[in-house]
Design a protein around this ligand. Structure first.
Ligand code: UDP
Ligand code: MG
Length: 324
C-alpha cells in the first residue's frame, strides 16, 4: 500500500528540514508496523525563498520525495488540489510544512480508514490555545453562521490535516471549481469521516502568512461559495423597506387628512433616504460578489500552472524513473 503525503509549501525554507526529518522518522515506523510505503508530494506555491532549492535537493537524494512547483503563488487551496491530482497512493493525506500537523497521527488515521471502515480521517483541534482571542471569536461566529445558511457541514476546529481514501480523493478531484474553499468542499462530498482530536501546536519555524484580514476575506469567500442565503437576505431586506415605506406613506396621508398636520420632517426624509440608499447599495454589493464569482468560474481558468516537477527535471537530466 502507498500513502501520498501532500504538503503545500509557501516560503517554508526554515521549516522544511524539520518537516523532512520528522516525516522520515515516522515513515520508518509506518513501514515496519503497517507495511505502508509513502511518497511525499511537495507543492511549492510560488515561494520566493530557498524552498525550491531544498526541494530539488531532497528529491535527488530521496526517491520518495516528489515536488510540483507553481509559476506563482496560487494559494493553499490550489496547492492541495494539485497535490491530490498528482497523488498515486491508495490513501492521501494533507499536511502543513510547519509541523503543526503532528505526524504521529498518521498511524491512527490510516488505521481508521483501513481497519475501521471510514473513508476520511480528519484531525480536529480541540482548543484554540495560542490564538488571538479576537480571531477565535470570529472563527466561532463564522462556523455558527455558515452552518445555519449552508447545506454542507462545517465542523469547528476541523483542520486541513486529513487522510482520504482513494474514492474520496477522486470525488474531491471532480469538484474542479475555481473558487475553492476546502472546508466546504470536504463537507460537501460527504463520506464517513472520523474526527480525531488534537491539541494545537505552535509552528516549528517561519511565520504564518494568514493575517486577520486574509482570514476574514477567506471566510466571506466560503460563505459565498457554499450558500446563496445572502442573496435571499438582500431581497428580503428590499421587501421590508418597501413595506415600511408603504406603511409610513399611509400614516402621513391619514394624519394629514385627520389632523391637517403639516408634513414636517426633513430629518425623517434624510433618515429614510440613507436607509433606503444604504440597503440598495448593500444588495447590489452582494449581487456583485456572486456575479464576480460566476464570472471567474465561466472563464474556466486552470486552478494552477506548473513550472517545474521532479519528473520533468529527471527526464531532462536523463535519470530513469519508474512510472507507475
Ligand atoms: N501555504 C501555501 N500557500 C499560501 C499560504 C500558505 O501553500 O499562499 C502553505 C504553508 O506553506 C503551510 C500551510 O499552507 O504549509 C499552512 O500555512 P500557515 O502555516 O501559514 O497557516 P496557519 O497554520 O497559520 O493556518
Ligand atoms: Mg501553520
Amino acid at each position: 500500500m502507498l500513502l501520498s503525503i501532500i504538503t503545500p509549501c509557501y516560503n517554508e525554507e526554515e521549516a522544511l528540514p524539520y518537516f523532512l526529518k520528522a516525516i522520515r522518522m515516522e515513515s520508518e515506523k509506518l513501514l515496519m508496523e503497517l507495511g505502508l510505503e509513502i511518497e511525499i508530494i511537495f507543492v511549492d506555491d510560488g515561494s520566493r525563498d530557498r524552498t525550491m532549492e531544498l526541494l530539488r535537493a531532497a528529491a535527488k537524494e530521496d526517491r520518495r520525495v516528489r515536488y510540483i512547483s507553481f509559476s506563482r503563488n496560487f494559494g493553499k487551496e490550489s496547492a492541495m488540489y494539485a497535490g491530490m491530482e498528482a497523488a498515486l497512493g491508495e490513501c492521501a493525506v494533507i499536511m502543513d510544512a510547519d509541523l503543526q500537523h503532528p505526524p504521529v497521527m498518521l498511524e491512527e488515521m490510516y488505521r481508521a480508514i483501513t481497519e475501521e471502515g471510514y473513508d476520511i480521517a480528519a484531525a480536529r483541534r480541540v482548543s484554540r490555545k495560542g490564538e488571538p482571542p479576537v480571531r477565535s471569536l470570529f472563527a466561532r461566529l463564522f462556523y455558527k453562521l455558515i452552518n445555519k445558511i449552508s447545506k454542507a457541514e462545517f465542523v469547528d476546529g476541523a483542520s486541513d490535516f486529513r487522510m482520504l481514501s482513494r474514492p474520496a480523493v477522486d470525488a474531491l478531484l471532480r469538484l474542479g471549481e475555481y473558487n475553492r474553499f476546502s472546508k466546504g468542499i470536504f463537507g460537501w462530498i460527504g463520506f464517513k469521516t472520523k474526527w480525531i482530536p488534537y491539541e494545537n501546536v505552535e509552528r516549528v519555524a517561519g511565520e504564518t502568512t494568514w493575517s486577520f484580514w486574509k482570514l476574514l476575506l477567506y471566510s466571506l469567500d466560503g460563505i459565498i461559495a457554499f450558500s446563496t442565503a445572502p442573496l435571499a437576505i438582500a431581497s428580503l431586506m428590499g421587501l421590508l423597506f418597501c413595506l415600511g415605506a408603504f406603511v409610513y406613506f399611509l400614516y402621513i396621508v391619514i394624519t394629514t387628512f385627520l389632523y391637517g398636520s403639516p408634513t414636517s420632517g426633513f430629518p425623517t426624509l434624510v433618515c429614510l433616504l440613507l436607509i433606503v440608499g444604504g440597503s440598495i447599495q448593500l444588495s447590489l454589493g452582494i449581487i456583485g460578489q456572486y456575479l464576480a464569482k460566476a464570472y471567474l468560474e465561466t472563464k474556466r481558468r486552470p486552478i494552477y500552472i506548473v513550472r517545474e516537477t521532479e519528473r520533468a527535471v529527471a527526464r531532462t537530466e536523463g535519470t530513469v524513473l519508474c512510472e507507475k
